[in-house]
Design a protein. Structure first.
Length: 153
């Protein structure tokens, strides 16, 4: 009788291990896993990006800060703001606005603006920046298709 219970217990434990290995337990959403140090650093970069964007009209500097957030911490809680700053900074540089010279040709800055704004619209439908991003995307001719992206490469 002891052997039967031992065998049954072993099968239950083994079965639970197999179920867990096959994804039987639900893992938390990756976007909910936020690193407090990276979150704090990204918020500081976002504040600086807004400062350069709004007060100084230094669109190269604001773009640099926003891209640092986007590339370095894709789970940032305010990623929609970083995408908005990156998109609008590119758009303004394509129009030669601001106090710093553009980094790229106007066409490339417009393409980058379209990419960032399209990502904002598609990935953050509840963002307070969505309507403005959609308006600017429409003025740029809408989001780029994959064919347009591959022609540029």
């Amino acid at each position: 009788m002891k052997k039967f219970f031992l065998l049954a217990f072993s099968l239950v434990v083994l079965g639970a291990g197999v179920a867990r290995a096959q994804g039987g337990t639900k893992q938390p959403d990756p976007s909910a896993l936020r690193d407090p140090i990276l979150e704090k650093d990204s918020k500081a970069n976002l504040e600086k990006a807004w400062h350069y964007f709004k007060l100084k009209k230094a669109y190269r500097a604001s773009l640099s800060r926003a891209e640092e957030i986007i590339a370095g911490y894709p789970n940032f809680s305010q990623l929609d703001e970083a995408l908005y700053i990156a998109g609008m900074s590119n758009l303004y540089m394509s129009e030669s606005k601001g106090h710093q010279p553009p980094l790229l040709t106007p066409e490339k800055h417009r393409d980058e603006a379209r990419n960032y704004l399209a990502r904002l619209v598609s990935d953050f439908p509840e963002s307070k920046y969505r309507k403005d991003a959609e308006k600017e995307l429409a003025s740029l001719g809408g989001a780029q298709t994959k064919n347009e992206n591959s022609k540029q490469d």
